[in-house]
Design a protein around this ligand. Structure first.
Ligand code: NAX
Length: 329
């Protein structure tokens, strides 16, 4: 019998939680023969809804699930966990500026960062709740017991959106699109790097001749896709975000095939692409499949790409400044 993997999901009663939990419980992520125990963390007002979701997970009779626990306290929810999926955060209210949202959500990640000291020594943390890069930075700074490299923020949804957009334009199946690197912040400044993407093994900008589209509408569409989903659905992306989180975890758990990469926001080691040390920045990543990963070096960057990366870097540095009192030195 394998040792149970314990996974905590915050914001478990929310939209993303509802799409995510069943897929984790089903064995899709960690394996059909891998027991999982799931801790749901919610605000007191949403505990009843979390209970309903837990009842439904039980009703699926997944053979992989060894337990579902519901908490409104992060110290209990994070006790002994191997994965922390930090999805819950306050949504942006009407008329709210991005900096207000950053300030509003910061304290959640201070407390959750501290509580992560209770986790298993080998814990991995992925932050989805927005602004996810800066929230991950706050959690990481407040949890010096866990190595910084264990923290990530999710840019996989942006990668998936960009892949789908290029595939549609090139009229190829999405599986033909590889190495779609998203650089920087999960926000409207992110840079989806079409110059290093391959379509059927060829550079995407050679396959798609419309350079104006690539440099213009393609980037804008990916950067603003979240807002477009809200405009169409009346609610923010949920199933696609959950699906991207499943992809994110799988990418970190499994060895990345030779010559491939995926996108995730991880702490800069200060040595890659001029990004200051410690900033949680989306890079091209290769997982070694043993719990470690590397930031892939030497990706060629054109002056166009470098300019875009500077824009998203500037935004992230500004966000770091807004929360500097929440970051432990
Ligand atoms: P919902 O509002 O449906 O759910 C959020 C849940 O979090 C609520 O049930 C709330 O009670 C809970 N919550 C709030 N504060 C909490 C706390 N301190 N501890 C535990 N639970 C808490 O939002 P949902 O659509 O599920 O989105 C969740 C987060 O994901 C949002 O911040 C959203 O902006 C972010 N997203 C991030 C994406 C990414 O690619 N990184 C894409 C999708 C999504 O927009």
């Amino acid at each position: 019998m394998k040792k149970t993997i314990k996974v905590a999901v915050t914001g478990a009663a929310g939209q993303i939680g509802y799409s995510l939990l069943f897929r984790i419980a089903s064995g899709e992520v960690f394996g059909a023969d891998q027991p999982v125990e799931i801790n749901l963390l919610e605000l007191p007002a949403a505990l009843k809804a979390a209970e309903g979701t837990a009842m439904e997970i039980n009703d699926c009779a997944f053979p992989t699930v060894t337990g579902i626990n519901i908490y409104d306290n992060e110290n209990q929810a994070f006790d002994g966990i191997h994965w922390a999926l930090l999805v819950g955060s306050k949504p942006r209210g009407p008329g709210m500026e991005r900096n207000d949202l950053i300030r509003d959500n910061g304290p959640i990640f201070v407390n959750q960062g501290k509580a992560l000291a209770k986790a298993d020594r080998d814990v991995r943390i992925c932050v989805v709740g927005n602004p996810c890069n800066t929230n991950a930075l706050i959690a990481q700074h407040n949890c010096r017991d866990v190595p910084a490299t264990r923290f990530s923020a999710m840019t996989m949804l942006d990668e998936n959106r960009a892949k789908a957009s290029l595939a549609a334009k090139a009229q190829v199946p999405v599986a033909a699109v590889k190495n779609m690197i998203v650089w920087g912040n999960h926000s409207s400044t992110m840079y989806p790097d079409f110059e290093n993407t391959l379509i059927n093994g060829e550079p995407a900008h050679k396959v798609i001749s419309d350079q104006t589209w690539l440099q213009g509408d393609f980037i804008k569409t990916v950067q603003n896709r979240g807002a477009a989903i809200i405009a169409a659905r009346g609610k923010s992306s949920a199933a696609s975000a959950a699906s991207a989180l499943i992809d994110h975890i799988k990418c970190f758990v499994n060895k990345t095939p030779q010559g491939s990469c995926f996108s995730a926001a991880v702490p800069s080691d200060g040595d890659a692409y001029g990004i200051p040390s410690g900033l949680i920045f989306s890079f091209p990543i290769r997982s070694h499949g043993d719990g470690t990963y590397e930031i892939i070096r030497n990706i060629p960057l054109s002056p166009f790409a470098k300019e875009k990366i500077q824009v998203t870097l500037k935004e992230l540095l500004g966000e770091r400044d807004v929360v500097k009192d929440l970051l432990l030195k």
